[in-house]
Design a binder for this molecule. Structure first.
Ligand code: GUN
Ligand code: ZN
Length: 651
């Protein structure tokens, strides 16, 4: 069983339960060659903290160790206390052209040696295989996956996803294989891509596979052993990685680092903080394969820990963007990501803790900013004004920084202020929304980033309904504005902010529904900012200081339910669960019947019965696809239960 404990977009922290203990993910599985283990598996557990390793059932089954492993089991043979995953020989068929076992044989053998996770015998699709061949091999891989599922008994099965570089095949294979009773879905056929540093193709293959995979199952990336790719693999939702690299590179006299590989004999100092490098001189390390392997393993585990830290902190994008600077091929892979933004965006949270850091021109293409720009086009309705006052990027929050300029311009002209920010256009009334007010950008951004900002701005301004736009420069701008659209323009900033934020967050029309009637505000005495929004005496919304979005109150939910047709903004739950949510209990994924496909993790949602009776207001932890797939974990955290209509106090 797999449980996700935290997430950052597609990246997740999880726990995989096995008969030999719980495995925290993302996890690195060191590859142990049963014939010549370079570091004893017992040490890999005790000194490196490995909870799981991977070895090869095909090698065990055909070699001298066959009888021994059948007698002792794979844990006894290796003398490893943690979980053991076994592979099937598909990779050997890639290397040697063929293998001498059948799918059924290899499944039976993995059952017999009591493997914790046993892999089917998939057909390895090479990147250069044309569509027809890859399609035939995928058909056979799917057939074998079904056969393996029927034979597996108590074995926790690893199903493999093949299909070469053909994205439709990858998605189909992933969908078919993950619909079976498998414990782990493994993306295969990628070693040739990684060996050739074809990371851009790797991104395409992982994304295409993830589109078809059941999001509730852990995903293994076969052969991803170089720490260079860990951040990117985790960012795309890979939970298990395996590494033969630590041993292979050691044999070749090379050392792994988070930013690449170096030849030990050519270094005077490793600059590394691992126990090996702390205790031994460089010359000594370079002479000993064992020390090289240990260093490589330390660095690899540290890289996985760093990935986990980043996921927990909501910083996996920052880590991946920074690490991409280590190799130009990784930079190409990073730039590939924007072409998959529609898919990536569906798993992005509403906001993240802390600030968003500019890493490079790629940052503006993150899926969360893609979403912001799209929602601005689709959900935001600009207020009526003749022209646009375009303010340059500058100190944040923009409304404070530009307070005096805006006051003078509005006294003179009928214009609406909007900032041409590096992330795209920011109507001034939305400057508090995450990450617009919490971004750290350089004073002199890359020209490519400035060009992109220009394009984003034009895309929006062209359809925003203003007769003209004037960039604020100096006093002369004031005169120009006055002559083109004489003012003044009176603005209720609280109302404008509330309306724009509500429409951006819940969809166009939400502001009309939520603010119907007489609107008043509770304003913070310290900051002067809106805290609560009251409509006709009902507390409908609270504005969060952390991310500038609203917390939805029950009275607001009632209004949204009336204004938006089923199932919009809803999480639909099993009727049996309704009384629990009315009392404030969380929504477990297991009880979700349906949900709005536009909901994102962190969104405010209406919890309703199948006949659309409102029973709670909640903050989601998953999107629709995940809610419907997971059998474990919380789909939405209930903020407020709503009593049944009959028990409402009389008015
Ligand atoms: N090891 C590396 N690549 C693969 C693969 O595609 N399939 C299997 N089963 N094992 C692998
Ligand atoms: Zn070291």
């Amino acid at each position: 069983m797999f449980e996700v404990t935290d997430r950052d977009g597609l990246a997740r922290l999880g726990v995989l339960e096995t008969p030999h203990g719980r495995v925290s993910t993302p996890a690195l599985l060191p590859v142990v060659n049963p014939n010549q283990p370079l570091i004893p598996p017992k040490d890999i557990a005790s000194r490196f903290g490995a909870e799981i390793l991977i070895t090869n059932a095909y090698i065990l089954g055909k070699g001298a160790l066959r009888e021994e492993v059948l007698r002792q089991g794979v844990h006894g043979l290796l003398d490893f206390p943690g979980a053991v995953m076994t592979d099937s020989g598909a990779f050997q068929s890639h290397v040697y052209g063929d293998v001498e076992v059948s799918n059924a044989d290899v499944i039976e053998f993995q059952k017999a040696i009591r493997s914790d996770l046993g892999t089917m015998l998939d057909l390895f699709s090479e990147p250069e295989h044309p569509l027809a061949r890859a399609a035939a091999d995928v058909d056979e891989t799917i057939r074998r996956a079904r056969e393996a599922a029927s034979l597996k008994g108590g074995l926790a099965l690893v199903g493999a996803v093949q299909g070469g570089l053909h994205e439709d095949l990858r998605e189909r294979c992933a969908r078919e294989v993950s619909s079976l009773d498998i414990a782990v879905a493994a993306i295969g056929g990628v070693v040739p891509l990684m060996e050739a540093y074809r990371f851009r193709d790797l991104v395409r293959v992982i994304v295409a596979s993830k589109k078809g995979l059941d999001p509730s199952k852990p995903v293994h990336l076969f052969g991803a052993g170089h720490p260079l790719v860990f951040p990117l693999a985790a960012l795309l939702g890979c939970d298990l990685l395996d590494s033969a690299a630590y041993a292979k590179y050691a044999r070749d006299g090379r050392m792994l680092f988070p930013d690449g590989t170096r030849r030990a004999a050519e270094m005077r100092a490793s600059g590394c903080a691992c126990p090996v490098c702390s205790a031994h001189g460089m010359a000594e390390i370079a002479r000993q394969e064992r020390l090289l392997a240990e260093h490589n393993l330390h660095v690899s585990f540290a890289a996985v820990r760093e990935v986990r830290r980043a996921i927990a902190a909501g910083e996996i994008w920052e880590l991946a963007e920074r690490r991409a600077r280590a190799h130009p091929a990784l930079l190409d892979a990073l730039r590939e990501l924007r072409h998959h933004n529609d898919f990536l965006e569906a798993s992005e949270p509403l906001s993240r803790p802390g600030a968003m850091y500019y890493v490079g021109p790629e940052t503006a293409h993150r899926p969360i900013l893609h979403r912001l720009r799209r929602r601005l086009l689709e959900r935001y309705a600009a207020p009526a004004a003749r022209g646009l006052l375009v303010l340059p990027e500058g100190g944040r929050p923009y409304s404070e920084r530009y307070r005096a300029v805006v006051a003078r311009c509005l006294a003179a002209a009928d214009v609406h202020p909007v900032v041409k920010s590096l992330w795209g256009p920011v109507p001034l009334e939305l400057d508090h929304v995450w990450p617009l007010s919490q971004s750290l950008i350089p004073e002199a951004p890359d020209p490519e980033a400035l060009e992109a900002a220009e394009v984003f701005f034009r895309q929006w301004a062209a359809g925003a309904g203003f007769a003209f736009g004037v960039l604020w420069e100096d006093e002369a701008t004031l005169e120009e504005l006055r002559s083109r659209a004489p003012g003044p323009r009176d603005v209720d900033w609280n109302l404008l902010r509330t309306r724009a934020t509500a429409d951006l967050q819940f969809g166009r029309g939400a502001a009309d529904a939520l603010l119907r009637g007489n609107v008043s505000y509770v304003v913070s005495r310290n900051t002067g900012k809106i805290r609560n929004v009251i409509a006709d005496g009902e507390h409908v919304l609270s504005l969060r200081a952390e991310d500038g979005f609203f917390t939805l109150k029950a009275a607001g939910a009632v209004r949204l339910r009336r204004a938006f047709p089923f199932p919009r903004l809803r999480v639909v739950v099993d009727p049996d669960a309704v009384p629990f949510h009315r009392e404030g209990k969380n929504v477990f994924a297991k009880f979700v019947k349906d949900a709005d496909a536009d909901l994102r993790p962190g969104d405010e949602a209406l919890v309703v019965s199948p006949d659309d009776e409102l029973c709670a207001v909640a903050r989601t932890a998953m999107n629709r696809r995940e809610m419907l797939a997971f059998r474990r974990g919380v789909a939405a955290f209930v903020r407020e239960g709503v009593p049944p209509p009959s028990s409402a106090p009389p008015r």
